[in-house]
Design a protein around this ligand. Structure first.
Ligand code: AVI
Length: 351
């Protein structure tokens, strides 16, 4: 019998109406541009064009993250499927879901897999990946949710044994306080038999880190600059690309890449839809995102304070990247703060 057309077993759900999502983004944009360090919410990076550009980033040789994560999943997906014989794989922010397929293959081979649930802000990327998965795994039921993993985790379907995956070190794009909130929300959402699989990028040689965000072909720069183009298009803003220099830099105090554009000359940007003018001084940065890098031991302490317990943590042969398999910790939580967290909280209070 021919396999059913993908449309028959992909269900799309929009968790917040478009209007509410847009107004929350606009308000966040206003606040971020008026903060001590001017910033844009990273959501602007992932419009339809930006999501396509990001796929190109993930194929760059300098951008080692997805390649190293793939190595780890190649080596350990089977062990993951054995330890968490999930009937549902939930993926937060799957993008093109390339590495996800290694998990789906392993769970499929283990014979437990029935359902794939994906949650992503980018509707276009989500549609493409959900249909791709439905086509490659015709026996799976696929539920795609357009939403925000920072807010909508509790709205995802429960039931059966779930493996929640958050790959690609996307967690590094959250500031420490939001990271703690997300980890706590995951811990709350996990049932006693569920697992949580998290990909994290590790601290390493600064030159390699900076090259990963400043590739020789300028693909990453174009991806980041697209955030300005998206704001110009949607909010009738006057960002002039020529008046900003792309400048991703390693921040050793916070141990994150600060991905910024620096103003070339003092000037003001008008944002008609928000009815604001944003004045930039000469060399003032506009932050588009951060990408935190982790140290394994501190990371384990950090997640333990969020109510999770690390069962396994695998790294690739170069020690570039790690994948951690966690479960909800049934024990009461100790209230210990690591040195790095104290620093993060102190230094990023204004953010
Ligand atoms: C999505 N995220 C994990 C990427 C990162 O590495 O932080 C976003 C990115 N920005 C520039 N290059 C990649």
């Amino acid at each position: 019998m021919a396999s059913p057309a993908p449309e028959q077993h992909v269900r799309f759900n929009v968790l917040r109406d478009g209007h509410a999502r847009r107004s929350a983004l606009y308000e966040a944009t206003r606040q971020s541009l008026q903060g001590e360090v001017k910033a844009l919410p990273p959501t602007w990076l992932y419009d339809a064009r930006g999501s396509r550009m990001y796929e190109e980033v993930t194929r760059l040789p300098e951008y080692y993250l997805p390649h190293r994560e793939r190595d780890i999943l190649h080596a350990h997906a089977r062990a993951i499927a054995e330890r968490t014989p999930a009937s549902t794989l939930v993926e937060l922010g799957p993008g093109s879901a390339t590495n996800t397929r290694l998990l789906l293959d392993a769970l499929d081979a283990a014979g437990t897999l029935e359902r794939f649930v994906a949650l992503d802000v980018s509707e276009d990327a989500l549609r493409a990946s959900a249909h791709m998965i439905a086509e490659v795994y015709p026996r799976l039921s696929v539920d795609a949710f357009v939403g925000d993993f920072e807010r909508d985790l509790g709205l995802l379907p429960h039931g059966g044994r779930r493996l929640i995956a958050f790959l690609g070190s996307t967690i590094g794009n959250l500031y420490p306080a939001k990271r703690a909130t997300l980890l706590g929300a995951v811990a709350d959402a996990l049932g006693p038999e569920d697992g949580f699989l998290l990909g994290i990028d590790l601290v390493k040689d600064v030159r390699r880190l900076e090259a990963a965000y400043n590739d020789s072909r300028g693909v990453t720069e174009a991806f980041v600059r697209n955030a300005l183009a998206a704001v110009n298009d949607e909010l009738a803003a006057s960002f002039d690309q020529a008046r900003f220099v792309y400048e991703p830099r390693w921040d050793p105090d916070h141990e994150w890449m600060a991905i910024e554009l620096r103003a070339r000359g003092a000037h003001a940007v008008r944002i008609d839809a928000l009815e604001i003018d944003v004045a930039f001084e000469q060399d003032e940065p506009l932050r588009v995102e951060i990408s935190a890098k982790f140290r394994s031991e501190e990371f384990v302490r950090e997640v333990e304070q969020s109510g999770l317990r690390v069962e396994s943590l695998w790294t690739d042969h170069l020690g570039d990247f790690a994948v951690a398999l966690m479960v909800a910790d049934a024990r009461p939580q100790a209230n210990v703060t690591t040195k790095r967290e104290e620093n993060d909280v102190r230094r990023s209070k204004h953010l």
